[in-house]
Design a protein around this ligand. Structure first.
Ligand SMILES: *[C@@H]1O[C@H](CO)[C@@H](O)[C@H](O)[C@H]1NC(C)=O
Ligand SMILES: *[C@@H]1O[C@H](CO)[C@@H](O)[C@H](O)[C@H]1NC(C)=O
Length: 415
């Protein structure tokens, strides 16, 4: 792996003298590295903002260092790694694929097929010729019609306010900050469109940053079809946690869902699908959303400016991942309780079952059952969740394992 990265860096920065016998080997590992990251597919990619750190070996995949010339197995959705700014201190990060390798290959084939091109074609050329991208090229501002028909729940009901935020916060261009795309090159536009069409997860991390209090990991950058973010351990690793920790995590999870329903910016976030890998825990005990790819957003302030004729706006960008089959519910059909029901049904029972003495356990189970019943009206589900939070609050302990609220919790019951 080290040699592979050296090979990458030597090909990108100043030429390093290599013994002739090394050159073919280095070139081939360089090429397989580029292919591994999906850099050869740019600008049908997320971006290149963090490639330099890979080339400088300031991002290192963890467990594969032992066998230098081997790339990590390519079937995993994400990889643990270490990240450094000075090559001395390292912190854990996560390197995540935009979609699985299989889905990548499938969507690349779909792109070629859409142009009746042979199995291998210039993906970028095909995408550039589409009517949608031609409209993007003309556009100064990202308007709802430009993203209509894209399958991501983020863009299901887009308001102008949300789309302006995407442009303003898009971290893959040099000067973020304006709602106009004047500073976007054609390349930047294609990358943004491709990312939004395939998986809006990296865009969500950029526009709702953890540093501003959103429950999302920090976006560090991208290279090819991979993104790098701060690292969390998935929730399922905590299913066997002791009662006080389980109570703490369940309490935080309910708090995160609350902040997704009610926040200063008046956006309503909901999950279309939930599994335990979608939440993660930082080393300080703080719980975050680890995978935002199924997170939908509704603007409670501006509403949606989209007519419901998404069908007419379907094109190749609508079909890259789902194959055009996915039918999403209409904007006004998302009930407030949606994410709660999913979490109370699928995650919290695994975390909280059989851990607490009687009658606390029975109270927890009863609240969970009510919260998980999707047929109940919103207020009943929200009420059950709030009751569950009240039961859990005193079951959490105050000690250094919960560094995100310790030692504050010793002096203030609010923590
Ligand atoms: C990161 O570095 C630390 C310390 O060198 C090491 O123990 C750990 O295994 C590394 N983790 C990964 C994922 O590479
Ligand atoms: C994120 O969630 C989606 C939907 O469940 C899943 O397909 C994808 O593999 C997940 N991504 C990662 C990196 O786990």
């Amino acid at each position: 792996m080290l040699l592979w990265f050296s090979a990458l860096s030597s090909s990108f920065s100043s030429p390093v003298s290599l013994s002739p016998s090394l050159v073919p080997r280095v070139r081939s590992s360089y090429n397989s590295g580029r292919t591994f990251l999906g850099l050869d597919k740019c600008n049908a990619c997320i971006g290149t903002s963090i490639c330099k750190k890979f080339f400088k070996e300031e991002i290192r995949f963890g467990n594969w260092l032992a066998s230098p010339l081997q790339l990590p197995p390519d079937y995993l959705p994400s990889y643990p790694a270490n990240y450094s700014d000075d090559s001395k201190t390292w912190r854990p990060v996560e390197i995540t694929r935009l979609v699985s390798k299989y889905q990548n290959e499938l969507s690349d084939r779909r792109i070629c097929a859409s142009a009746s091109a042979p199995k291998t074609c210039s993906i970028e050329r095909v995408l550039r010729k589409t009517g949608r991208f031609q409209k993007w090229l003309q556009a100064k501002r990202l308007t709802p019609d430009l993203v209509q028909g894209l399958p991501s729940p983020l863009l299901r009901c887009p308001s102008q306010r949300l789309l302006d935020r995407v442009v303003r916060r898009y971290a893959e261009v040099a000067d973020a900050g304006s709602i106009f795309m004047d500073h976007f090159t054609d390349r930047d536009k294609l990358r943004l469109l491709y990312t939004l069409a395939v998986n809006a997860h990296p865009i969500l991390l950029q526009i709702f940053p953890g540093a501003e209090g959103w429950p999302l990991p920090k976006y560090l950058g991208s290279c090819g079809r991979f993104l790098v973010s701060t690292s969390t351990r998935p929730l399922q690793e905590f299913y066997g946690a002791p009662p006080d920790q389980a109570a703490d995590l369940a309490y935080q999870l309910l708090g995160v869902l609350e902040s997704l329903r009610n926040n200063d910016l008046n956006y309503f976030f909901y999950f279309t699908h939930i599994d335990a890998g979608m939440f993660g825990i930082f080393s300080n005990g703080h719980l975050f959303i680890r995978n935002a790819s199924t997170l939908g957003v509704i603007d409670k302030q501006e509403g949606s400016q989209v007519a419901t004729r998404a069908e007419e706006n379907k094109d190749i960008f609508s079909c890259l991942v789902s194959g055009c089959q996915a039918e999403l519910p209409s904007c006004n059909a998302i009930p407030e309780k949606q994410s709660l029901v999913l979490v109370c049904r699928q995650l919290l029972p695994r975390l909280l079952q059989g851990k607490f003495p009687s009658p606390v356990q029975e109270e927890i189970d009863a609240a969970l059952t009510q919260c998980a019943e999707g047929t109940r009206p919103d207020p009943e589900v929200l009420g059950a969740a709030s009751r569950l939070k009240d039961i859990l609050r005193p079951l959490r302990t105050c000690d250094p394992r919960f560094a995100y609220r310790y030692p504050d919790c010793r002096y203030n019951a609010k923590f």
